[in-house]
Ligand binder design. Sequence first.
Ligand SMILES: Cc1cc2nc3c(=O)[nH]c(=O)nc-3n(C[C@H](O)[C@H](O)[C@H](O)COP(=O)(O)OP(=O)(O)OC[C@H]3O[C@@H](n4cnc5c(N)ncnc54)[C@H](O)[C@@H]3O)c2cc1C
Length: 490
Amino acid sequence: MTMLHPALSSWSEAPRVRSMNGQDVRPEGRYVLCWLQQALRARDNPVIDAALQLGNALGLPVLVYHGLREDYPHASDRLHRFILHASRDLARECRQRGLACVQHVDRAAMREKGLVYRLAADSAAVLVEDQPTFVARWQAERVAGRIDRAMLAVNAACLVPPAVLGDGIGSTSAFRRRHEPLRAAWAEAADLVPDAAPYDGPLPFAPDRLGTASDAELDALVGAAEIDHALAPSTLFVAGREGALVMLERLMDTVLPTYAATRNDATRPIGASMLSPFLHFGVIGPREVMATVDAAAAPAASKEKFADELLSWREWFHYQARGLAAPERYDRIPGWARETLEAHAGDPRPELETLDALTHGETRDETWNACQRQFLIDGWMHNNLRMYWAKRIIAMTPDPETAWATACYLNDRLSLDGRDPSTYGNIAASFGGGAPGRDGPPIYGKVPERSDGSTRRRPSGPDWLATAAARPGPRLAVPARVPVELYLAE
Ligand SMILES: Cc1cc2nc3c(=O)[nH]c(=O)nc-3n(C[C@H](O)[C@H](O)[C@H](O)COP(=O)(O)OP(=O)(O)OC[C@H]3O[C@@H](n4cnc5c(N)ncnc54)[C@H](O)[C@@H]3O)c2cc1C
């Protein structure tokens, strides 16, 4: 494998960067291509900074590119709109930063094939974010294997780059011990300044100029795409950078002061930051969130609890996923859990539900319906409901593999923060995290079950659950069987 270009290997953020294909940088290129898929922010973005570090050394401009296809799994108005608003703000803020940013949004009137390859052909190197799950990973790996110049992956999702942690960390407590002392050293964004003027040379396509698009024009792009139009955008979130900043302000003013005490109360909407969709799409990064938390006047216990969620848990799941060939697949759950679930696969299942009833939150379990309708209507679910939601699916589906695929499918299709290392890591933890229990209960075997007591036993719990389970939601097209191809081994 070729070494990194010296401009990158000597850079302070070098541990974020790895070569994906061992190819060389081609200094004769017109630009350094910064291909963003999910890290949709212009500042505090290590992918852009790595591209600038290389571009400045080569005397080349950086060209930022974001493309949105119609055929990614679970494509819907909900996901498309959230992404397009983030992409518009990316373009606007790139311009303020002195960078050219071009976009392409696939739709019937304007389809392009192989755009990344065509853009790469004129580049010195391609910088892409190092995402360990789903489409961003699959696309980057495919392109890396087919281009004849350096493709470099840059970690933009984590505060501490996973590479500096070393391999083989096997538990969250060991992860915390390794991670915590390194945080301060990685807390500052580089935000490099481009030496070159914004790229305005030839392009192999007519780009969409989202930076100047109105809301109506973005809506028209969503409407013109061949995607699931029945799944409406979430009204719980303002999309784009503005939405992330609204949530950040809310975190400081309302959430943090009581976070340690109220985070687990699903009946009180002030308990959680609701930042996960913005973190998933990289609209905001953990460094910016933590800088705000550190500066906030809030009790130390709340700040520590928040840091543990955002830095220990989230970055642990990123670390885990990076070491897995397919973090989305059932075979990632621990052997003992698969064994015990499969040993009980033949147990009677009186609580079986159809995929249609599950998707629409119309099962016989009121608490489960309350959870599911948050996914269906809001595109987000409160943390305290999620473990109950995932574990109950095991009893509501015919076998453990179908349960896994169903949990991933519902989370990925409906939730704005789905398709993430935290999605599959947490579902895996629900199916087989921690130590095995005593083999006893039917269906679950040694996998500990979870009751709905943490919500139902609260004074307002029963009323809250009944109301939440009865919220009217959209009617979606649901396949007869859960699509398993993304989630089970061939
Ligand atoms: C079955 C199950 C499925 C989940 N699916 C997802 C998912 O698809 N995407 C996702 O981002 N998170 C997922 N989580 C983790 C967690 O529930 C959400 O991150 C959290 O509820 C998001 O809400 P928030 O931003 O208000 O969280 P807050 O409580 O405000 O926490 C702040 C941030 O810390 C991180 N965080 C908090 N809890 C966890 C956790 N358990 N694991 C990893 N990071 C965490 C998130 O980035 C979150 O935005 C899942 C958890 C379970 C049990």
